[in-house]
Design a protein around this ligand. Structure first.
Ligand code: HAM
Length: 431
């Protein structure tokens, strides 16, 4: 066939979907434990929603189109802007804080490579109307908790506050648009390019030196002391650093202290306004960022009231890859518990009847639809790791019974069809 999948997209087959579903379920459970409720927004939105304040990088990557009515629309590149819109449309009057989570695909016109797709999934949370830095601390704790529940240990959570660098730039009277350019380069992490840009933008040498020092400050809590020395002449930055320290105190009260302070985090999206964080999985190599988030002011930018909001999103596809690479990850559930096998072709209708009894009792059941020989069915059941095979034979049926074969021990037992579902449930529970 000539028609191929579009570049940067994937098909997911059975095993992978099972894996993804399992991870999704675990994350949902953790998010709901912290009081988050699920929401869903459209796959496409007004283009302006994403061009207003998402930042140069994202805007360049947008999949946009005109519909038949001439409206400019875009496939969503992320979900924070849609959630901010949803909040303004539907929830402004609701009691705060509002805790929402989402799971859905996003689209970015990227150069496809390992871990970087044109269609990818995000699972994230937004907390609207919470207090800072308590809300950020709870969000970061929840992100760490989620990763632990997935059996992941090989990750680093880097936390910073954009207000520190913005404060230095404000102090030097660098206008907002120019600040955004500088932040975008800091986000790329390329120091030489940053140096060159600071020179080109004629940023004074003292400010440039402070910026370069701040960007390089990455470590545990003790780097804050060094930072406070560097920024002491900028009250705005001092305040932002104090806020970061307060956040770290709260994080520790929540029982999470395995963080890295990183004052060079700039985030690729322009709507962040304070605390920001990124999570890296060492095992992933180049595309190691599995999550990003922080505090933002999108709601105000979209014309809503001033309300503190913070959130983060996991790059779901990268998380899946991490779980796969991690030895400690959980084993996946099987697709079938029981395989129903007629002893001979003539008994297939009876086998269907028995399979339905089990399925209606929520037991994962497979039944032969291909007229296969018993030997073949047993081998298939073995490959599928079914715990039990139900042998449907003529003589047993005359007594209203079937034979239950334990695939691990090989033991067989006659069971009344009437009590079969109950019996299998108990056996599965005991396994
Ligand atoms: P983001 O950092 O742009 O933040 O994306 C979040 C995560 O999505 C990234 O950390 C990464 O794991 C994953 N990701 C991004 N692009 C791709 C791609 N092309 N292929 C695979 N994975 C990708 C946001 O989108 C913000 N809305 C997060 C947020 C929520 N901030 C506040 N609330």
């Amino acid at each position: 066939m000539d028609i191929q999948r579009p570049r940067g997209t994937r098909d997911f087959l059975f095993e992978e979907m099972k894996e993804r579903k399992e991870i999704e379920t675990t994350l949902r459970r953790v998010f709901e434990t912290y009081g988050y409720g699920e929401i869903k927004t459209p796959l496409f939105e007004d283009l302006a929603l994403f061009t207003k304040k998402s930042g140069e990088g994202i805007v360049e990557q947008i999949y946009n189109f005109q519909d038949k009515g001439g409206r400019d629309l875009a496939l969503r590149p992320e979900l924070t802007a849609p959630v901010a819109r949803l909040y303004i449309n539907e929830l402004q009057k609701s009691p705060k804080p509002l805790k929402m989570y989402y799971f859905g695909s996003c689209f970015r016109y990227e150069r496809p490579q390992k871990g970087r797709w044109r269609q990818f999934w995000q699972m994230g949370c937004e907390l609207i109307g919470g207090k800072s830095p308590e809300s950020e601390a709870e969000i970061i704790t929840m992100a760490a908790h989620s990763l632990e529940e997935l059996g992941l240990t090989d990750f680093e959570i880097h936390i910073g506050n954009l207000g520190i660098i913005r404060g230095i730039l404000d102090q030097a009277d660098v206008e907002k648009g120019v600040q955004d350019i500088i932040m975008a380069i800091i986000d790329k992490g390329e120091i030489d390019e940053l140096l060159k840009t600071l020179n080109e933008l004629k940023i004074d040498p003292k400010t440039s030196e402070i910026l370069l020092t701040l960007v390089g400050l990455v470590g545990h809590r003790e780097i804050i002391k060094e930072a406070s020395e560097v920024i002491k002449d900028s009250p705005e930055s001092v305040e932002a650093l104090e806020e970061l320290e307060e956040l770290l105190d709260i994080l520790e009260a929540f029982g999470f202290s395995n963080y890295t302070v990183n004052l060079g985090i700039a985030r690729g999206l322009d709507y962040y306004s304070g605390i920001v964080f990124e999570i890296y999985a060492r095992s992933l190599g180049a595309q190691k960022q599995i999550s990003g988030g922080g505090t933002y002011n999108l709601i105000e930018i979209f014309g809503g009231e001033k309300v503190e909001s913070t959130g983060f999103a996991f790059g779901f596809d990268r998380l899946v890859e991490c779980v796969r690479l991690c030895e400690g990850a959980k084993s996946l559930p099987k697709t079938v518990d029981v395989y129903v096998a007629p002893i001979s072709k003539e008994l297939k209708l009876k086998a269907f009847e028995v399979a339905q009894i089990l399925r209606k009792n929520s037991i994962k059941t497979e039944v032969d639809l291909m007229g296969r020989k018993l030997k073949k069915i047993l081998s298939l059941a073995n490959n599928l790791q079914a715990d039990y095979v139900i042998l449907v034979g003529e003589r047993d049926l005359e007594e209203g019974k079937v034979t239950v074969k334990d695939m691990e021990s090989g033991k067989q037992e006659l069971v009344e069809i009437e009590s079969l579902a109950q019996e299998i449930k108990e056996l599965l529970k005991a396994d």
